[in-house]
Design a binder for this molecule. Structure first.
Ligand SMILES: [Fe+2]
Length: 482
């Protein structure tokens, strides 16, 4: 090997060893102005023209395999029509009919909330859909994912704790302008923050629905229930948890054998995505426990190599906000995640950003004293991305010193992209709002835990050369595991 090449390789190996130390608390300083909701009359909440025009349009996957879509919208004044007309360049117009319902909450009565599932869609196809009647018709479009398969590339966007402030608007705009082009949003919960307002101001649910329409009407949002979705308020007579959320945001839970809209799974391209509920019971014998117990063995990694879990309350969190709130769920399920080699767990709830090392904490039996997290290549990476920009503001207070399980943390608003390349590699990046949309404030290559389970730091030469041969830049590549 020529001398120059040896020097280059040595230098790159050295930089790799340096990034393998992990444990970064970013020194980036973001602006400190208060985070306030956009006013009701904001352009971001614009009401579409025409009498009783459909508004708050959003879509989510309607089955397990990605050949159905649930279209949801609200007509404000009267029921109107629950029909969806849909077509593509090579498919003639078809019609599906959904249902509309209303709900009451304290002194508020909702508009007519429509949900309509359109089925038998072809994969990897752009469909147009039309809702509304007369002069108030509105047309949108979406692209179905490619067929479920082990090497199907796919790009997910990640948004958490979004709310409807000026910062929320920046986060969504930043995501929309990201050149990596997310195809489906994995939403980590805490949507409108209506419950932060008097009597859980339900109009805030309406403004939030209009705010996200510009994205959610055109690409599916996969929803996770957060604590701000509970809306439990016995002081005003509202004792049915999740009432507004459940009426407005539906999920395809029955398709995965779930008995609740709050925990379910979908397959998208090469990913199997499991959504859990931090705010539904999960102890042994409960419905969620039993569902997850039978769901994990069903995941076929030869069909969907990437096993992704969404949950609202993080299990590994080194901020002083919500510290250890996810602990009981971690104790309940973490050993299963390690056994089944979950690739990554995304959470929200903490209004900041954090990425963990691959760690587990499952050895403790109350007597052996093994109660600290240890590096574990079969464990997921845990990512907290509750930094959408909601009215409660940024979480800045961190535990000091930074614990070993924490690889990178920063108190900034932003979004992330999980970009699956094939069955072995995915590129993950986090984008803070204060940068240009293409700037990656934190990033890492994910090696699939089932198809590429090696420890990159223990055999770094071969991985390193592999990356060189693929012309990947070996910088910030690994969540290290010495
Ligand atoms: Fe939360």
């Amino acid at each position: 090997m020529p001398k120059m090449a040896v020097l280059v390789v040595f230098g790159l190996l050295l930089s790799l060893a340096m990034v393998c130390n992990g444990g970064i608390t970013s020194t980036f300083v973001r602006k400190t102005e208060s985070t306030v909701d956009m006013p009701y009359e904001s352009d971001a909440f614009q009401i579409p023209p025409g009498h009783n025009a459909p508004q708050q349009v959003h879509i989510t996957q309607g089955d397990q395999e990605g050949t159905a879509m649930i279209v949801s919208w609200i007509t404000p004044d009267e029921p109107g029509s629950s029909v969806v007309l849909f077509w593509s360049d090579k498919h003639k117009t078809k019609k599906a009919e959904g249902k509309a319902k209303q709900y009451k909450y304290h002194d508020y009565t909702s508009g007519y909330i429509h949900h309509c599932t359109i089925r038998k869609l072809e994969h990897n196809t752009k469909y147009y859909y039309k809702i509304g009647i007369g002069q108030a018709e509105r047309t949108f479009w979406f692209v179905t994912p490619s067929a479920v398969g082990p090497d199907a590339p796919y790009t997910f966007g990640l948004l958490g704790d979004l709310g409807q402030t000026f910062d929320s608007n920046k986060t969504l705009a930043h995501y929309e302008s990201n050149p990596l082009k997310g195809q489906t949003v994995l939403c980590l919960g805490d949507l409108s923050y209506a419950d932060n307002h008097p009597n859980h101001d339900q109009v805030k649910w309406d403004t939030f629905g209009r705010f996200i329409e510009r994205s959610a009407a055109y690409q599916p949002w996969i929803h996770t229930a957060g604590n701000h979705e509970i809306d439990y308020a016995p002081e005003i007579g509202e004792t049915k948890p999740f009432k507004p959320y459940q009426h407005r945001y539906t999920t395809p839970f029955k398709a995965s054998g779930s008995t609740s809209p709050f925990w379910y799974s979908v397959k998208i391209a090469s990913a199997h995505i499991i959504v859990l509920s931090s705010y539904s019971s999960y102890g042994k014998y409960t419905p969620q426990y039993k569902w997850l117990e039978q769901e994990l063995p069903k995941v076929n990694r030869d069909e969907t190599p990437w096993l992704i879990v969404l949950v609202h309350s993080p299990w590994y969190n080194s901020y002083n906000y919500h510290y250890m709130e996810g602990e009981t769920m971690r104790v309940q399920f973490e050993s299963w995640f390690v056994q089944h080699k979950v690739d990554v767990v995304f959470a929200g709830h903490v209004h900041a950003y954090e990425r963990s090392e691959r760690v587990s904490n499952i050895a403790n039996n109350l007597e052996n004293g093994k109660c600290s997290p240890v590096k574990d290549q079969s464990a997921p990476v845990y990512i907290t991305i509750g930094d959408g920009g909601n009215i409660e503001g940024i979480a800045t207070n961190m535990r000091d010193p930074q614990p070993d399980y924490s690889a990178y943390r920063e108190a900034s608003f932003g979004h992330a992209i999980f970009d699956i390349k094939n069955r072995t590699h995915a590129y993950y990046s986090w984008h803070r709002n204060d940068d240009g949309a293409a700037v990656k404030a934190d990033s890492m290559w994910f090696f699939n835990r089932y198809h590429h389970p090696g420890d990159p730091c223990k055999c770094k030469d071969s991985y390193f050369l592999y990356h060189l041969s693929k012309q990947f830049v070996p910088r910030n590549l690994y969540s290290c595991t010495h």
